[in-house]
Design a protein. Structure first.
Length: 103
């Protein structure tokens, strides 16, 4: 499968999208941004009395993810997209026609 997206750019935007969705899920499910949290996060590696992860811990992690998200946005902004000139488009069309004939 061929791709037209720069592989380095694609890796950054994929990661940024994943980070963004994790932030949204954590806020909605465990921090209750618009209402009470739907879920409680449980750690099974500690005693039951200490197993519920405090909101502050989750919030701290969300803030780290938000910093990562911002950094990925800055990385995205380093890429430049330019509009093709008419000559480039005509050349590509001619090249495609030539490839079709060769097949």
């Amino acid at each position: 499968m061929s791709t037209r997206t720069n592989p380095a750019y694609k890796a950054i935007v994929y990661r940024r999208t994943i980070v963004h969705n994790v932030i949204i899920s954590l806020k909605r499910d465990y921090l209750g941004v618009d209402s009470d949290p739907e879920k409680k996060m449980i750690c099974e590696e500690v005693f039951a009395a200490d197993s519920e992860i405090p909101t502050e811990e989750i919030l701290q992690y969300v803030e780290e993810l938000e910093r990562e998200h911002h950094g990925l946005t800055l990385e995205m902004n380093k890429f430049e997209f330019t509009k093709r000139s008419e000559n480039d488009s005509k050349f590509q069309q001619a090249q495609k026609k030539g490839n079709q004939i060769r097949r």
